[in-house]
Each structure stands twice: as structure tokens, then as C-alpha cells.
Design a protein around this ligand. Structure first.
Ligand code: KIV
Ligand code: ZN
Length: 387
């Protein structure tokens, strides 16, 4: 069976950077963009050039240095935005203009005080104008998650006719259930006129914690591009996390799909974004959290020491983490203590382990976690090293 490529569109530098406190300077943006390019993302959304002179310059600089990925700039369906994005992207090897407009009745009435017909006209005019600068034009239907599917198919058909190459279907407010979002994508796949000329893209926000599930549901129903950010950062509760969708596709859906992401770079990439944006990653975050490959209960530790796969579905090495960790706490058992003691040179006999375990539990009850230094100190006071 031939596999379908899923294009990875990274918007860490645009949707991710909109997060309060996550502002990067131009040099930092260039470092991240280069790292994303090396990671193998297909598209880097580098910014929103009209939003500030700083953003314009950053998009321009990123466009110059990125070697492989398409570099994309955001714009509203407004001529001056589109022209500004085109100017910022003029040195890109593969430029893409991302333009669009709100399509839900809510946005049409309360944001634009307009009508569905006029919104279609603006969308078509924007795409046609963007096409005068670049071949690759992505159209976003903002708040598509709450947009009537028949109208969404109508506006998508109109912009494909105008030359849009990618149709972005954002669940801007993180409203959809995975089944609803999947049905929306399937409806568009079956009803947009000329859909063979464009690809459908997911762009899911995480307000209900469903951004990853919705993106995957979109792929199952016909989307071939996923918009996402490193560590899932983004407006409010964030966006689909790149590392999550990539590992789901690689690990659970690899018979049907592939991406070009070098998954071994995921951990490093996550740390770079977290450090530069001063945005800590929650310890229990899937794939890149500190605890993603750490085991602390006695039963799990015993199982992992016997065979890692008893409690791990992903090999940590495949995402750039050297090894699984056995964390010593008051919940740990003898197997974990013996394992960690051996790692630091104490290969304990059974009677020694019993004595060490009593001392360890006493220490662990006083401390949250017994680290390597504590363990060495405790064991050295009791035994000589014997490997
Ligand atoms: O969430 C959203 O709708 C967006 C668009 C601007 C693409 O970020
Ligand atoms: Zn968004």
C-alpha cells in the first residue's frame, strides 16, 4: 500500500509567538527557523509582516536563510497586508502567502458587519491579488470550526477557482469534537469544486484539549497538511503540538502516512523553543515533557527494568532522549534501587539490598526524590563499591 505524505506546517513563529511573554527577537527567530528547517518541516509560518516593522524584518530575514522549507507570511484579506507579506517574502526560495477571512456567521456579523456573499467576494479578491505575487497561496477560513459546512464548501470552491493551493480549515476557538471536525473535512473533500487542485489543512486550537485529536481526525478524513507548533504553544490554550502529531503518525498510523520530520530532533527542538520563549514545558507533556519517559512507581519500575516496552510505547531514542529514567521516590521498590545502585557502581548482594532499602525508604520519606548524589552518599556510607 502506498503511503500519503502529511505536510507539516509549523506556526511556532506566528501563532506560537502571539502568546504573551513569548516574544522573540530577530536573531532568536532565525535560530528557531533554521532548526525547524533542519527538523524537516515543510512550511514555516514566519510571522505576520503587516503587524509590525519588527515582524516584517524577521520574515524577510527568515526568507533569506531557510534552505528547504516553504516560508509563509500571514495576511488578512486586505490588499496592503498581502502586498506587505509579498514584499517580506521576496527572497524566499519557496514563498507562500497565507490569506483569509472569518467565515462563521458569528464573525461575519459581529467582526465584519457583512454578509456571506460579500465575504466570498473579499476572499476571492484576496486570493487573486496574492496570486499576482506568488504561485503558492493558502486560504484560511477563520472560525471554520463554527462555520456552516455548506457555506464553507461554497467559499472554498470559490477560492480554489481563484487559485488557492491550500485550504486551511481552522478550528479557531477549539470548539469542535474530533468526530465533528473529521466530518467537516470529509464534507469539504466531497463537496469543494476543484478540490483535486488544493490540499486541505488542519489548524486546531486546544481550548478543550482536543487540538491533537482533531488534527488526526482531519487527516483520517482527508486533510494532508497539519498546522502545529512546537510544544503546542499558541493563542490561549495553544495549538496542535507538532511533536504529538508527528509521533502519532509515525507510531500508530505509519502504514498509511508519513512525514519528513527527523523525530530524533524533537526533544532538542522542544527545549530550544521553551528556553528562548521562557515558556516551560509541563513535566507530563506527551513526548517532550521531563516525565514522558520517567517511571516512579515500584510496579512500573520493575516492569520497565525487565522490559522497557512493558510501560513505554515509544523508544525515547526515537525522539532524542538518551534513555528512560527510573526516578527514586518513596514509591520505588527494591528492583529500582538495585538498578540505580548498579548504575553508579554498587552491585548489591541480596542482604545488602535489604539493608540499603530500609535506609533508602527512610531517606525517601524525608525527601521528595532521591537523586544520584543522595544515593551515592547513602551507599558510600554503608558499602564499598563492588561492581
Ligand atoms: O486560528 C486561526 O484561525 C488562525 C488563522 C489566522 C489562520 O490562526
Ligand atoms: Zn490559530
Amino acid at each position: 500500500m502506498s503511503k500519503d505524505k502529511i505536510f507539516i506546517f509549523d506556526t511556532t513563529l506566528r501563532d506560537g509567538e502571539q502568546v504573551p511573554g513569548c516574544k522573540l527577537n530577530q536573531d532568536q527567530k532565525i535560530v528557531i527557523a533554521r532548526q525547524l528547517d533542519a527538523l524537516g518541516v515543510d512550511v514555516i509560518e514566519a510571522g505576520f509582516p503587516i503587524s509590525s516593522p519588527g515582524d516584517f524584518k524577521a520574515v524577510e530575514a527568515i526568507a533569506r536563510v531557510v534552505k528547504n522549507a516553504t516560508v509563509c507570511g500571514l495576511s488578512r484579506s486586505v490588499e496592503k497586508d498581502i502586498k506587505c507579506a509579498a514584499d517580506a517574502l521576496r527572497h524566499a526560495k519557496r514563498p507562500r502567502i497565507h490569506t483569509g477571512i472569518g467565515t462563521s456567521d458569528m464573525h461575519i456579523k459581529y467582526k465584519f458587519n457583512s454578509t456571506r456573499e460579500k465575504i466570498i467576494e473579499r476572499a476571492v479578491a484576496a486570493v487573486k491579488y496574492a496570486k499576482t505575487f506568488v504561485e503558492d497561496v493558502e486560504f484560511y477560513a477563520e472560525d471554520a470550526g463554527r462555520t456552516d459546512n455548506v457555506f464553507l464548501a461554497q467559499i472554498c470552491s470559490a477560492v480554489v477557482k481563484a487559485g488557492a493551493t491550500v485550504l486551511n480549515i481552522p478550528d479557531t476557538t477549539g470548539y469542535c469534537l474530533p468526530s465533528e471536525y473529521g466530518e467537516k473535512i470529509a464534507f469539504l473533500r466531497d463537496n469543494v469544486v476543484g478540490i483535486d487542485k488544493a490540499i486541505l489543512s488542519t489548524h486546531c486550537h486546544n481550548d478543550l484539549g482536543l487540538a491533537t485529536a482533531n488534527a488526526i481526525s482531519g487527516v483520517i478524513h482527508g486533510a494532508r497538511q497539519i498546522e502545529c507548533t512546537i510544544n503546542g504553544i499558541g493563542e490561549r490554550a495553544g495549538n496542535t503540538a507538532l511533536e504529538e502529531v508527528v509521533m502519532i503518525l509515525q507510531h500508530r498510523m505509519g502504514q498509511a502516512y508519513f512525514t519528513d520530520i527527523e523525530s530524533k530532533q524533537l526533544n532538542r527542538m522542544s527545549r530550544a523553543v521553551s528556553d528562548m520563549m521562557c515558556m516551560p514545558v509541563q513535566p507530563n507533556k506527551a513526548i517532550v515533557g521531563d516525565n514522558a519517559f520517567a517511571h516512579s512507581s515500584g510496579i512500573h519500575q520493575d516492569g520497565v527494568i525487565k522490559n522497557r516496552e512493558n510501560y513505554e510505547i515509544i523508544d525515547p531514542i526515537s525522539v532524542g532522549v538518551d534513555h528512560s529514567s527510573i526516578i527514586l521516590t518513596a514509591r520505588s521498590g527494591r528492583a529500582a534501587l538495585a538498578f540505580r545502585a548498579k548504575e553508579i557502581g554498587f552491585n548489591l548482594f541480596k542482604d545488602e539490598l535489604d539493608v540499603a532499602y530500609n535506609a533508602f525508604i527512610d531517606l525517601a520519606d524525608r525527601k521528595k526524590e532521591v537523586n544520584e548524589r543522595d544515593l551515592k552518599k547513602m551507599l558510600s556510607s554503608m558499602f564499598k563499591v563492588h561492581a
